[in-house]
Design a protein around this ligand. Structure first.
Ligand code: ADP
Length: 314
């Protein structure tokens, strides 16, 4: 697709997933038969990093793992995927972050039980010059002081770097200044629920309008809202695009948003226009949900290209 390799830094969470697939959720006190299980690398930032590496991007990850076997397995896995893991450090005395995820078919949904473990926080050593020397820096951390610090930096360090902020941990933390911190990114990516939570608006389309109103005078230029099986909506101060999803047999949507975010980062790094970037991200999101596990079917560029070619009219 392109000769130039995008250079992307991702700062955030490394986590391990245990997935349990069931046909339907049992009610409280009920029981249900397990259809399949999988123990595999996951974690929002690491999912995005692996997606980018499989597409051929040059990826640097900054995250913290525990001093356990899981952490070592994770680091080896990320290195095998071709990610620069020199900045993936071990926190002594803490376990690696992990999630138990229950994936149901009817309704198609997932429920996450989080085993909070080692995570990057403000005060952890960061090679600021190196990280902000990439085309795009993805901020996906749970720690608000660190996010505040990093989203304030580019204006003073590298004004040409573009910051992609995810909403995952930002909105769940519920800090009073979360909107202010979000508006300091160049681009925000999140799902409908997260944009509604961010703006305290109930309807996703109105949440997107609210965020574009707030772009005036802010660093934020573009809001990218993923919409599951409906694709995505992208809004700038002057334009809005509705980009349909690709038809795909969905098995497990765990990590779909992280895969989608990788597509957005990739397009940003190469300065593609938004319709092209949104379509590309939709393709990666669609290809990511074909099997159980967040990283199992993250596609190569050839697979993405094949899907795009097969649906030229979309
Ligand atoms: P999250 O996992 O963060 O809730 P979404 O469910 O919105 O994110 O999924 C992210 C992206 O993955 C969507 O914008 C879409 O491109 C793709 N996607 C998700 N579910 C489907 C689906 N059932 N069919 C096709 N594409 C999907």
């Amino acid at each position: 697709m392109t000769a130039r390799r995008p250079r992307i830094a991702a700062i955030g969470l490394a986590s391990w997933d245990t997935l349990i697939a069931v046909d339907r959720y049992p009610g409280p006190g009920g029981y249900v038969e397990v259809a399949a299980t999988l123990s595999a690398p996951g974690g929002t930032t690491t999912n995005t990093a692996v997606a980018l590496a499989r597409l051929g991007a040059e990826v640097t990850l900054r995250a913290v793992i525990g001093d356990d076997e899981l952490g070592q397995t994770m680091r080896d896995h990320l290195a095998r995927e071709g990610i620069n893991v020199a900045g993936v450090t071990i926190r002594t005395g803490e376990p690696t972050d992990a999630s138990t995820i229950i994936v149901s078919q009817q309704p198609p949904d997932r429920t996450i039980l989080w085993h909070r473990g080692a995570m990057i926080v403000k005060g952890d050593q960061l090679d600021i010059a190196g990280l902000f020397g990439h085309d795009v820096v993805i901020l996906d951390m749970d720690d608000m002081p660190l996010r505040r610090f990093l989203s304030d930096l580019p204006a003073h360090t590298r004004p040409d770097v573009r910051i992609l902020g995810t909403l995952t941990y930002l909105v769940d933390a519920g800090h009073a200044d979360l909107l202010d911190v979000a508006l300091r990114c160049d681009v925000l990516v999140g799902n409908e629920r997260q944009f509604c939570q961010l703006t305290c608006v109930e309807r996703p389309d109105l949440a997107l309008s609210q965020i574009t109103d707030l772009m005036r005078g802010a660093q934020l230029r573009t809001a990218v809202m993923s919409q599951g099986a409906r694709g995505c909506a992208i809004a700038t101060q002057t334009d809005r695009w509705q980009i349909p999803a690709f038809p795909v047999a969905c098995v497990d949507t765990t990590g779909a948003g992280d895969a989608f975010a990788a597509g957005i980062a990739y397009g940003m790094a190469l300065r593609w226009d938004w319709p092209r970037t949104g379509r590309f991200a939709n393709a990666i999101g669609a290809l990511a949900i074909r099997a159980l596990g967040a990283q199992t079917t993250l596609p190569t560029m050839a697979e993405v290209q094949a899907l795009l070619n097969a649906h030229r009219g979309l």
